[in-house]
Design a binder for this molecule. Structure first.
Ligand code: MRU
Length: 350
């Protein structure tokens, strides 16, 4: 049994006193400040600006954004609420395109609204709370399932931030790492910097430090060398969208990690709640890959580091083909390669 009080100390999203508090992830690790969202548009802006980030966390924040919009509307009939909230739902959904958890959470809110009568306000609030609570439960379950795949003494490499900062708590890939460390299966944890936004350098190693988990930071470009030394047996990552054929969209750089891992005999585990599985998307090539401001590459902390006049291309996700993935862990169970077959069967069981 994992001691969650010890191995899960950070929270990024909190709905308190009728407003949404978000830990401002742009400022971590040196400043721990919360920003307060009072309207759904505040939430949409915070998602766009990466105040809150990580596929499950943006879905949860958006669900609470709908609750804020509902409270602003007040006591109106449910049909009117549905009509007035629809543009709000659409603005929230447009904040970021790749992580399907955002659209998924909003679709759940839409469904609850459609099924509610005069009690729509309380049902919308209950649904947001449920989305958040279910995510935490799923992460804890996936932690146990994923850790069971790891042989004692293993070293692991993770990418981006998939922890409590990116979810309702405990994390997806980082949940497996937390569970694996707690069970003394994992002996070495490495984290990539995750250029250009530095989710690994600024968030992941800090988050692990809060739990007393020792992690070693590497440059993204050091991953293949690290694998060649034999110190890593698993690459463990999260996902932003998993297509029906088992292709996985995740933070830019994941695909090249998976290619290097296959070359060096390192296994790849993807950990994501079922809310990240998008059976309506046939294959990875159909996933919309978000591009962000090239300025992220052209400078650092407001200081230009690249000569004027240079262009930059900044896609922030990539697609790892299913064939490079050894296991996808969801709260419904573990899918082993070939993941597309396993995925079809888990989806059919639902
Ligand atoms: O751009 P970000 O920081 O929102 O990207 C996050 C990732 O790519 C994570 O790996 C993914 O969302 C899984 S988080 C549990």
């Amino acid at each position: 049994m994992i001691d969650y009080a010890r191995y899960d100390r950070v929270r990024a999203v909190a709905f308190r006193n009728g407003q949404l508090e978000l830990l401002d992830q742009r400022k971590l690790p040196f400043e721990q400040t919360f920003i307060t969202c009072r309207t759904a548009d505040d939430v949409a802006q915070a998602i766009f600006d990466l105040v809150v980030r990580g596929a499950p966390a943006i879905g949860i924040a958006a669900a609470w954004g709908v609750v804020l919009a509902a409270r602003e509307l007040g006591e109106v009939p449910s049909a009117r609420a549905r009509e007035q909230l629809e543009p709000v739902l659409q603005r929230l959904e447009a904040a970021r395109p790749t992580a399907v958890n955002l659209a998924w959470a909003l679709q759940r809110m839409r469904r609850v609204l459609a099924a509610s009568g005069d009690d729509w306000q309380s049902r919308v609030a209950a649904e947001a709370a449920l989305i958040e609570a279910e995510d935490l439960q799923a992460n804890r379950h996936m932690g146990e399932l994923g850790a069971a795949l790891i042989e004692p003494g293993a070293g692991v490499l993770t990418h981006c931030n998939t922890g409590s900062l990116a979810t309702a708590g405990f994390g997806t890939a980082l949940g497996v790492i937390r569970a694996g460390v707690a069970q003394q299966r994992i002996s070495r944890v490495f984290a990539t910097e995750t250029r250009p936004w530095l989710q690994g350098a600024r968030l992941t190693v800090w988050e692990l430090q809060q739990d007393g988990i020792d992690a070693t930071l590497i440059a993204d470009s050091a991953a293949a060398h690290l694998m060649s030394t034999g110190q890593v047996q698993w690459v463990i990552v999260g996902a932003d969208r998993i297509a029906a054929n088992g292709d996985v969209a995740n933070k830019i750089g994941t695909c090249q990690l998976a290619i290097a891992a296959r070359h060096f005999g390192v296994r790849v585990m993807v950990v994501a709640p079922w809310s990240t599985v998008d059976v309506a998307t046939v294959q990875g090539a159909d996933i919309h890959i978000e591009e962000r401001d090239p300025a992220e590459l052209l400078g650092y902390a407001g200081q230009r580091t690249v000569a004027e006049g240079i262009r930059a291309f900044n896609p922030v996700f990539d697609v790892t083909p299913a064939a490079l993935i050894d296991a996808i862990v969801t709260e419904r169970g573990v899918m082993r390669a070939p993941c597309n077959v396993a995925l079809a069967s888990l989806a059919a069981d639902a």
